[in-house]
Design a protein around this ligand. Structure first.
Ligand SMILES: Cc1cc2nc3c(=O)[nH]c(=O)nc-3n(C[C@H](O)[C@H](O)[C@H](O)COP(=O)(O)OP(=O)(O)OC[C@H]3O[C@@H](n4cnc5c(N)ncnc54)[C@H](O)[C@@H]3O)c2cc1C
Length: 432
């Protein structure tokens, strides 16, 4: 077996549309079985990505759904051949469900980040170390290359993300929150749950006491000799932080049924309206108008976040066009995700209810909580969030370690067949 190359190799360019995601899925399908299991840990560089799917920007924003990717892969490969890929897809689900039941982890990360940014002011040594890392001038060949790759492509291979985070924390001795913030803003797939919990996992804060140490030997082998890093930390003592996270009950999937004239709001959390609306309680609810809005993009420590911002902007337009066609309703992009902008649109469309996909823990969920209160209080408009059955079935198993969810994967896959709302068109060549 050899690594995929030539026309099958995925490119460094992530076109921001569902059609591009479906094309990527179609190209990757032949590799999703034994080939992926054997080669997924190898990082051959940005122009040689045929051994991984490169689907994360599309899954992150749900231009593609996990359900349709899993169904397409399992239509092509046996469950045992596709087992490794399927498990990886469920890591995203696990992290989202885990953060959902421990929102205190997100709050602690946000306040820890503020604290570390403030502490930089008083520490010229740390400011210099950070500047050196961000300029790609640490002298650690792989790290210096990944900083450039992150800035230029908005993507890093999973193994490179693990090595990068490990070197950041244990060799460069930089605060993990500053590294997590860099990834969250600079990655096209930047995701509060996968990112925060992965950084915590590397630091020994997720599986308490168990850290991830990047070694020169592992990097040499898994980058096919592209790098030969020197000076890496030889030990990775777990970071210590107070446990921020009592378990919280999952919020209900749908707080109330949409009433009256209803509009649909798309956010960067979930852009595939056809599968969101189909087969759910929302199917019986005609959508009179469609809108979409993004959060403002803040610069990262590497400067402007040009690629992620452009991807999110165009992906939202793509989602809006598909939603408008699905609902046979007018679509309008709002200048901002704010109560004021939504109220003005809802007023013009004479709406009493706005329905949106459930936003998992993170900045969009925080914004929607404020918006819902303001819409109801000041305009009498109800904002209803709807959680997909895929998340609804899986998240209750994500409260502790990954293993508990992993053992439920066969049941969760079986339940997909019954959920029309998650079973969107699964012909990746149709580009629908
Ligand atoms: C420090 C660190 C930070 C990360 N930050 C993010 C982030 O902000 N956003 C993000 O989407 N992923 C993040 N990941 C997870 C993972 O690296 C990416 O999802 C993966 O590399 C995406 O590439 P791919 O689609 O080619 O993956 P593939 O190997 O083809 O995997 C298929 C899909 O499975 C899921 N997946 C695979 N590995 C993981 C994983 N370790 N955790 C969660 N889901 C996974 C993704 O949806 C991915 O698209 C992070 C990992 C680490 C170690």
């Amino acid at each position: 077996m050899t690594p995929a190359s030539g026309p099958l190799a995925q490119t460094r360019h992530f076109a921001p549309s569902r059609a591009a995601g479906l094309e990527r899925l179609a190209n990757f399908l032949p590799q999703a079985g034994a080939h992926y299991a054997s080669w997924r840990n190898h990082d051959r560089g940005p122009d040689q990505r045929g051994n991984v799917s490169g689907l994360s920007p599309y899954l992150r924003h749900r231009l593609l759904t996990e359900a349709e990717v899993l169904a397409a892969v399992l239509a092509r490969h046996s469950p045992s051949d596709a087992g490794m890929f399927v498990q990886e897809v469920f890591w995203r689900t696990y992290f989202k469900g885990h953060l959902e039941t421990r929102p205190g982890i997100w709050r602690a990360y946000v306040s820890g980040l503020c604290r570390e940014k403030a502490a930089l002011e008083g520490s010229s040594g740390r400011r210099a170390a950070l500047a050196q890392a961000l300029a790609g001038e640490t002298g650690i060949d792989c790290f210096d290359a990944w900083i450039v790759e992150l800035r230029d492509t908005g993507y890093l291979h999973n193994h490179a993300r693990m090595w990068f985070a490990s070197i950041w924390i244990f060799t460069l001795r930089l605060p993990w929150q500053l590294g997590a913030d860099l990834f969250l803003r600079q990655l096209i797939d930047g995701d509060p749950a996968s990112n925060t919990l992965s950084w915590r996992w590397v630091a020994g804060l997720h599986t308490r006491g168990k850290t991830y140490l990047a070694t020169a030997q592992n990097i040499r082998v898994c980058t096919d000799g592209r790098f030969d890093p020197r000076g890496l930390a030889q030990h990775a003592a777990p970071l210590e932080e107070p446990d921020p996270a009592p378990l919280e009950a999952l919020k209900p999937a749908l707080q109330m049924l949409p009433q009256g004239r209803t509009g649909l709001l798309l956010t960067e959390e979930d852009l595939h309206a056809p599968s969101l609306l189909a087969g759910s309680v929302l199917a019986g609810c005609p959508i009179a108008a469609v809108t979409g809005a993004s959060l403002p993009t803040e610069a990262s420590t590497l400067g402007a976040v040009r690629l992620p911002a452009a991807f999110r902007h165009a992906a939202l337009d793509d989602g809006l066009a598909l939603a408008a066609a699905t609902c046979v309703a007018p679509a309008l992009r709002l200048p901002s995700l704010s109560a004021q902008a939504i109220a003005a649109w809802a007023g013009a469309e004479r709406l009493t209810t706005v329905v949106t996909a459930y936003a998992p823990v993170g900045p969009v969920a925080d914004a929607l909580a404020d918006i819902a209160r303001a819409l109801l209080r000041e305009h009498g408009i109800t904002l209803v969030q709807w959680r997909r059955p895929f998340d609804e079935h899986a998240w209750p198993h994500a409260m502790r370690g990954y293993f508990a969810l992993k053992t439920r994967i066969p049941d969760l896959i079986a339940s997909l067949a019954n959920d029309a709302s998650d079973r969107s068109p699964i012909d990746p060549s149709a580009h629908a």
